[in-house]
Each structure stands twice: as C-alpha cells, then as structure tokens.
Write a protein that binds this ligand. Structure first.
Ligand SMILES: [Zn+2]
Length: 230
C-alpha cells in the first residue's frame, strides 16, 4: 500500500499553504514548522478576555475565543485566503480539528450542546462550493463529538462584501441579515457559534440577534481568527 502512496506523492506532490515547501508524508496542508509558528491568541486561557468583553451585552454570552491573530502580512492571512478563496474546503476541516484539539483541555467546549456555523448566502455558497465556517464546525465536531446544526440560522439576504467597509458601515450592512428556523428546539440550549474571522463582531451579533426570541439560550463564540484592531 505504502508504495502506491509514495508513487502518488511523486506525481502529485503536496505543498505547505504558508511557505510553499513540499510536505512530508505525515504532514497535512501545513508543514510542522508553519503549523507551530501560527500566531495563536490563547484567549481561551484567559477569563473575561478582550473578545468576551467586546461581545458582552450584545448577546447572552458564554465564552468567546479566537484561535489565531489575523494581521496584514501574517501567516494566518495566507491560511485564511486559502480557506476562503482557493477552494480548499478540506483545510477548513483540518483547522477545525487543530483548534479543537488545542482548546479542548481548557474545558472550553464543556456544556455546549450544538455547533452552529455562521451561514453564507446560498448563492455565495454555490459559487464557492462550501461554507468555510461549516468546514471549521465539522472539524471541531470530529474532535469534540458535539453535533453540528447548520440550519438553525439562515441568511435571508445577501450582503455586500465587508472587506472594504468601515466600522459603522459594517454594522449597518449586517442588520436583519439572518433568520432563525427552529427556535423551539433550542430553548435552554448552549450553542457554539463558529465563524472564520471576527473583525468588528457585527456578523456574530447579527446571528445572535436572529436567536433573540429563544428563551434561556446561551451562545459561546469561536472563530478561526481575530482581526488585529480588536
Ligand atoms: Zn510551511
């Protein structure tokens, strides 16, 4: 069997998404060096961390954390680009597993009933072929055993891209974007909302707003990356 794998690697070599170096057999998507060097926030180890403080009062918040820092020129930027714009859906599952493995020992996932990825608009998901947040959620689920429910929140209208918008415009752009499909089933549940990047928090808060009517719902938040200005 191994000889076939060796031959496969010979004809279809795989490369690290960050440094471009050829991957060793045991490596996936990132070489060990780049994986070790990814700029981790370790926010899950801090009670009342800055991300939680930013979301307080905007939702019934449990915990919040982001796995990586996201700044211009950073390695995490290459990872995010690969995940969002180069059709690498399997990288999403891999990163979901990676962050779940690193956060698990801290008890971050304790008490969470269900993982809910932030939805893309249907049209955008068709274009991209997948929802990157759902891939992250699937990876987290594979490690923690917590089920993914990707139909709780739906995007009711398509938004313009947030990338070049200022802070106020981002908030305005996100109003009434999401709806909730089955509020009854989530009464008194604790959900983990998963997204790729938190910038101002506008998207996450808009999702939480769509769930406002659900009694005793708790929301924890986990994103792959946290943009630098927060
Ligand atoms: Zn590398």
């Amino acid at each position: 069997m191994s000889i076939w794998i060796d031959l496969w690697e010979l004809f279809f070599p795989r490369y690290c998404v960050v440094c471009g170096r050829r991957l060793l057999k045991a490596e996936e998507h990132l070489c060990v060096r780049c994986m070790t060097r990814l700029p981790r926030t370790r926010l899950h180890l801090q009670a009342d961390n800055k991300m939680e403080k930013d979301l307080w009062g905007k939702m019934s918040l449990g915990r919040a954390s982001a796995f990586l820092h996201y700044t211009q020129g950073d390695d995490s930027r290459k990872v995010l680009y690969e995940l969002k714009y180069y059709g690498n859906s399997r990288l999403g599952i891999f990163l979901g597993r990676l962050m779940a493995n690193e956060l698990r020992a801290s008890g971050f996932f304790q008490g969470i009933d269900c993982i809910v990825p932030v939805p893309l608009h249907e049209k955008k998901e068709r274009q991209r072929g997948y929802n990157q947040s759902e891939m992250l959620a699937n990876g987290i689920s594979a490690v923690t055993g917590i089920p993914v429910f990707n139909k709780l929140i739906v995007r009711t209208r398509q938004t313009e891209t947030q990338t070049h918008k200022g802070r106020a415009a981002r908030w305005e752009n996100m109003q009434d974007v999401f709806g909730c499909t089955s509020p009854e089933a989530f009464q008194s549940k604790h959900i983990l909302l998963v997204d790729d990047v938190m910038t101002t928090g506008a998207t996450l808060v808009a999702c939480a707003d769509a769930l406002l009517g659900i009694p005793n719902l708790r929301i924890s938040v986990l994103t792959l990356a946290l943009a630098g200005d927060l």
